[in-house]
Design a protein around this ligand. Structure first.
Ligand SMILES: [Cu+2]
Length: 102
């Protein structure tokens, strides 16, 4: 009886483990104009990241990814959710504002 209770608790905590992180794509943010906000997210494997098309005219494209992770490219004015299946650093850019370090 005690053992099955423990397993249920473990499942519940695993379910709570995966989080979604929102990154807004903005014309103007705390860090200046044409920015992702926040500019950095610390996430865990299994989490998702949603790039919110808060302002149109921005989208997101992968630039450098951990080995084995497929390149991604979202569409202008559309939210995009990425599942983080591998540990590592994910670097991305906004193609129209690459020259502005977005
Ligand atoms: Cu942009």
């Amino acid at each position: 009886m005690k053992k099955s209770l423990f397993l249920l608790m473990l499942t519940a905590s695993l379910g709570a483990y995966a989080a979604n992180h929102e990154i807004k794509m903005l014309d103007n943010g705390k860090d200046g104009s044409m920015v992702f906000e926040p500019g950095y997210v610390n996430a865990k494997v299994g989490d998702t990241v949603t790039f919110k098309a808060t302002n149109s005219g921005h989208w997101v494209q992968s630039k450098a990814l951990p080995d084995g992770v497929a390149d991604f490219l979202s569409e202008d004015g559309k939210d995009f959710t990425l599942k983080l299946d591998k540990e590592g650093v994910y670097v991305y850019t906004c193609p129209p504002h690459r020259m502005m370090n977005m």
